[in-house]
Ligand binder design. Sequence first.
Ligand code: NAD
Length: 485
Amino acid sequence: MNLQAPERIANYIAGDLQAPINGKYIDNINPATGQVYSQTPDSDAKDVEEAVGAALAAFPKWSTTPQEERFKVLNRIAELIDQNLDALALAETNDNGKPLWLSKKVDIPRASSNFRFFATGLMHVSTESHNMEDKAINYTLRQPIGVVGCISPWNLPLYLFTWKIAPALAAGNCVVAKPSEVTPMTGYLLSVMCREAGLPAGVLNIVHGAGPDCGAAIVAHPDIKAISFTGSTRAGKDIAATAAPMFKKLSLELGGKNPNIIFADCDWDKMMRTTLQSSFANQGQICLCGSRVLVEESIYEKFKAEFVARAKKLTVGDPLDENTKQGAVVSKMHFDKVISCIDLAKQEGGKILLGGNAIKGSGRTENGYFIEPTIIEGLGPSCRTNMEEIFGPVVTLQSFKTEDEALAMANTSDYGLSATIWTQDVSRANRVAAKVHSGIIWVNCWLLRDLRTPFGGFKNSGVGREGGWEAMRFFTEPKNVCIEL
Ligand code: NAD
């Protein structure tokens, strides 16, 4: 198949690719050029209503389709993602501004892994049975919920979209999904691949549009019984406010302000290399980036000098250039937000050690949204810069004297998504990991993850866990059956 990015994206409803009912579109802007390169539907509650109708109609058949047939079609989608790696990576880069090589190496392969993981997973699901000695046997049926809603953000567009859709479909649900309106293209291309793969009409419906209209209509729809959402804490609160009184099942994967805790006994070279990545990968727009770098006092000055020197060498520029390490941030609005956060850091008394400014591109990227990798020191743990998510190429440095002080600084945050610990002392690594208030802890590494493990955060980083069996379980309704012997 020849996958191509169209000038006008279509909704995918009841197996068809169709225009939004209201005929309205949102401009889709390439952040590396600042130019409109396509349009995405500005759908509203009417399109969502159609999508829900299609999903309800498809549910009885899909939920009883033999596992092997469901496996085959979901696995075929994984194969198509692999076969269309180049087209998908280019679409993602044009939507998002991230380096093309990064899309090719990480984002798109992970999207096909998601489909492959849950396609094969559904073939091996087992349910629990509990024996009450000679009195009774209880067993738990795990049935699909029905129609579920999946809403995802712009930072890892296809990867996070498929991370929700694949387990929902594998568990036998029908889905109404919405990618971010800022990065809709790979979601659209997924719908083209689902048609090619033979996914039955209505099993997956992808409705494009803005959060407050289209997204809110998905959350509020009474026939959508569960919502899996990844995005900002602000939107997560609104979603919870709508969904909780309707008693919907909710998984909320929200923001982060992750500590990267570096002890003096770390493996220096590995720590340096990885800290550069965990600070600036994807222009710092990964929810798991370590935006607060906490360094033991005895190595603070050495760390600072080398970290700044290495970050200075990161090439910022055209995402299509394979030498580019840092592309554009995702949109003008986000660019303005990140720049205003840097201004706030200065007002709070922060000292800019590196960067702090916009970068002007040249040629096709002269109107792109580029920001220098930025390193700031001199701010306490509870100022706004260290408490609020910036979600850009900006990190702060702080020093600590003791393990307890490091933990107190790490846990000051209202967020609790992930943390990274650098030390060669195994006991300390385990001790600190147990005490950091985060859902995901990396010791002497970053971003490594087995898809079987639970994924999600504490505190304002959300509720519920995704990944592996947690995700399959989330998308089922457990029902206990008790038989008296
Ligand atoms: P966002 O909350 O603005 O939007 C996310 C999605 O929700 C989009 O599809 C948007 O259209 C939709 N939306 C917005 N308001 C809505 C509403 N009221 N009702 C329903 N849908 C709504 O987030 P963003 O700016 O796209 O993404 C960045 C954020 O996502 C950051 O905070 C980042 O930390 C977070 N994130 C978290 C994880 C995680 O796994 N915890 C992963 C990636 C990104």
